[in-house]
Design a protein around this ligand. Sequence first.
Ligand SMILES: Cc1cc2nc3c(=O)[nH]c(=O)nc-3n(C[C@H](O)[C@H](O)[C@H](O)COP(=O)(O)OP(=O)(O)OC[C@H]3O[C@@H](n4cnc5c(N)ncnc54)[C@H](O)[C@@H]3O)c2cc1C
Length: 327
Amino acid sequence: MSGILTYALHFDGAFNKNSLGAVSEGAKLAGEIGGEAAAVVLGGEDLSDELCASLGKYGASKVYRVRGPEGLAQPVVDAMAKVITDEGYSYALFGGGLLGFEIGAGLTARLNAGVTMEVTAVKAQDGKLVAERPILQDTAIVDVEYVGEPGIIIGRLNAFDAVESGEGAAEVVDVDVEFQEHSTKAVMVTRGEQRGADVNIEDAELLVAGGRGLGKPEGFELCEELAGALGGAVAATRAVVDAGWYPYAAQIGQTGKTVAPKLYLAAGISGAIQHKVGMQSSDNIVAINKDPNAPIFEYSDLGVVGDLNKILPKLTEAVKARKNGAG
Ligand SMILES: Cc1cc2nc3c(=O)[nH]c(=O)nc-3n(C[C@H](O)[C@H](O)[C@H](O)COP(=O)(O)OP(=O)(O)OC[C@H]3O[C@@H](n4cnc5c(N)ncnc54)[C@H](O)[C@@H]3O)c2cc1C
C-alpha cells in the first residue's frame, strides 16, 4: 500500500497545529499517489473516539489509537514502527517542531529508512513522493527521492498548512503496542504552553522583534523590556525560533505569521526576504543592526547602525522616562 502515515500530537483536548498541517498535507499527497492517509495518536482516556475521528476533517481516513504516554518521542517511534511494519505504509510525514524531528529520526534508525529533514514542500511524481529541501543556507533547493520504503519526511515548522477538507469522521482503530524498555524510561512531568505563546502578536500595535544578532536566548530580555515599556509584544525570526531561543508562536515571515503593526522594531535581524514578507506592511519599520549593509535597511523607515546591546537598554530607559513625564 502506498499510504502516508502521520503523527498527531494532542494537548488539552485539541490537536497541535503542526500535526494538523502534516495530516492535511499527508491526505492531499495520498490522494495524488493513490494511497491511504492515516494518523497515529497516543494517549490515555482523554483520547475519545470523537477526538480521534475528528482528524477526518483534515483528510485522514484512518486513525490508529495507541494507549500510551503522550508527548514523548520514543513511545511514538514504537507505535509508528509497528503500524508501518504491520500495515505497510510507504511514507511517514511530520510537521516541523522538535518532537517531530526526534520521532522522525528515531523511526529512521528503527526501520533503516531514508530521511529528509527541513523539508519545505513535497510533490507527487510517478506515484512517489519527492521532498524539497533548501540547502547552502537556503540559497538553493534540492529534490530528494527515496530509494526503498518507507521514506521519512520531516517538514520545517509551518511548512504544511492545516486545511479542513471536510471529509467527515476517520475510522478509529485501536492498536496494542509493546513499548521497548528504553521507551518508557522518560516520564512526562508536566506539559504547558511556551513562554510568550499567549501573546497575540498579530493584533499587537507595537512589535519589538529579535534575531540572531541578540547573540543568545537571554538576549530576548532586552526585547521584552522594551516591548513592556512600549506596551507592545515580542516577535522573532525563524533563525532564533529554530535555535530554541524563543517560541515558535512569535515567528514572523513566510513560514510564520504576517503582521502589520504601527511600529515594527527589528533588532539584530538581517532582513531576509522570507522575514520581510511577514512584516513589510508595517506602518513604520525601525531597524537596529551593526552591519550598515544589512538588507533590512533597504526597506526600513529608520535605520540605526550600532550595537543593539547598547541601544536597546537606552531606548527602554528613554521610553520609561518619557512615560514618567521626564522626557
Ligand atoms: C523556505 C524558507 C522559509 C523561511 N521562513 C522564514 C520565516 O518565516 N521567518 C524568518 O525570519 N526567516 C525565515 N527563513 C529564514 C531566512 O532566510 C533567514 O535565514 C532568517 O530570517 C535570518 O534570521 P536573522 O535575521 O535572525 O539572522 P541572521 O541572518 O544571522 O542576521 C543576524 C543579524 O544580526 C546582526 N547583528 C549581529 N550582532 C549584532 C549586534 N550586537 N547589534 C546589532 N546587530 C547585530 C548581523 O549584522 C545580522 O544582520 C526561511 C527560509 C526559507 C528557505
